[in-house]
Design a protein around this ligand. Sequence first.
Ligand SMILES: [Zn+2]
Ligand SMILES: [Zn+2]
Length: 118
Amino acid sequence: MESWNLKYKTKCYNCGKIVDQIIEIYPNQAFVKCSNCGATRYYILKTVEIDKGNIIEEEKDKKRKFDNWLLEKEAKCYNCNTLYIQDILITESGMYVRCRNCGFARYYWFHMMEIPNK
Ligand SMILES: [Zn+2]
Ligand SMILES: [Zn+2]
C-alpha cells in the first residue's frame, strides 16, 4: 500500500532548526523525520473508527508540551474510496488522520524516537 507523504516546516524538537519535517503515513504506521538531523519519530496504528464527532477539532487546541501540527492532504480514503481532504493532526503523543467525507479516523500512537549518531 502506498504511503501519503507530506512536509511540514517547523522547529525540530531535536536539532532546533526550522526545517522541513518529512511525514509518511501508511495504513498501519507513520513516521516523522527531520530533513536536517534525521531524528525520526515512529507511530503505530492504535485505533480505527468512523468518527461521528470530530476528533481533530477536539484535539487540535489542547495544550501540550510541543506545538500541535495541523495539516491537510487530498488523498484517497481507505474507507469511502473517495479522493477527499484528509485532516491530519500530529501531537507529541500521537497522530490523528480523519477523512472529511466519511469521518473515517485513524489514531496512531507514538512508539519511539530514533536519533541518528553523527
Ligand atoms: Zn532536526
Ligand atoms: Zn472517507
